[in-house]
Design a protein around this ligand. Structure first.
Ligand code: ATP
Length: 284
């Protein structure tokens, strides 16, 4: 039997870091939502007790370093599954981009194997398993729009933001999430975005207010390290996007746009500077 799962990318409408904890993790407050740019996973049961990963993307690990592999191993170990699985990853989400591609693949693997092997694991338990793989995985298990607290694993579902176009531009650099958090001076941040204002913008369905309250404290690090990300933000603003922000630890910059008429102008303008530009919708 073969099954398929979609693994969408996420963007952070807001990312705040409250403090660095004693256990080395950061205490965060993030508002995340999914966009319609997705990897596609095909999973097929194997009679042998083995996990095999393949992908058309030449630039991701296919061994136990792959997050889909880790998710499959975790579910097999925890639920004593002796059968194996072949997972093909059709990668569309850019890697190490701040779009949680690996985390979403891990979450899709958990959801998919739960179905493939009829394990009957609740969504809550899948989220707990996901938290063992990475801070963004629980959100990717449930999808939708949520506020995440703790180190990202404490999730509260909220309503979806107003529908709009999302233009993603990934400058040709790789950013390590660990490196960005490592360089963040969490206790010296002068400005914090307002979670409260973003939550009321979303619950009021006000697109203009969502754009006005976008904020990501990791920009203080990534924009310093990589001026091309700042430049990308400026270009997107100049081309007329309604709200512009870096997603996660970067380097992807997204622009929110309400009017379809503006989209192709912004897309064409960006393509002059950047090879990787995507136009998608929010997954609401
Ligand atoms: P986040 O926003 O959660 O920090 P990201 O979008 O910045 O994630 P990923 O695309 O998840 O980053 O990739 C981060 C690292 O994980 C890469 O170095 C990559 O080699 C590794 N990796 C492991 N499994 C996968 C996978 N299935 N897809 C993409 N990258 C993976």
């Amino acid at each position: 039997m073969k099954i398929y799962e979609k693994a969408p990318a996420k963007i952070n409408l807001l990312l705040d870091v409250m403090r660095k904890r004693e256990d080395g993790f950061h205490e965060v407050e993030m508002i995340m939502t999914m966009v319609d740019l997705a990897d596609r996973l095909e999973m097929e049961e194997l009679p042998r007790d083995t996990i095999i990963i393949s992908s058309q993307a030449g630039y991701i690990p296919l061994d136990e370093k792959n997050l889909a592999f880790q998710a499959a191993r975790l579910i097999k170990d925890r639920y004593n599954v002796r059968k194996g699985v072949y997972i093909h990853l059709d990668k569309n989400i850019p890697v190490a981009a701040g779009l949680a591609g690996g985390s979403s693949d891990a979450a899709a693997t958990l959801r998919g194997l739960n179905r493939l092997w009829g394990l009957g694991i609740s969504e809550e338990e899948l989220c707990e398993l996901g938290a063992e793989l990475g801070s963004d995985v629980p959100f990717c298990v449930t999808g939708g729009t949520a506020i995440a607290r703790g180190r990202g694993e404490k999730l509260e579902r909220i309503s979806n933001p107003p529908q709009c176009w999302v233009i993603l531009a990934k400058p040709p650099i790789n950013v390590s999430t660990a490196d960005v958090y490592g360089k963040l001076r969490a206790n010296e941040l002068k400005h914090h975005p307002s979670t409260k204002d973003m939550l009321s913008a979303i619950s009021n369905g006000s697109f203009a207010d969502v754009c006005a309250h976008l904020g990501n404290v990791l920009e203080t690090v990534t924009l310093q390290l990589h001026p091309e990300v700042l430049q990308m933000k400026e270009i997107m603003q100049r081309l007329g996007a309604d709200g512009v922000l870096m997603s996660g630890s970067g380097p992807t910059v997204f622009g929110l746009v309400s009017k379809e008429a503006k989209v192709s102008r912004i897309y064409n303008g960006l393509r002059g500077f950047c090879k990787e530009v995507y136009v998608v919708r929010m997954l609401t």
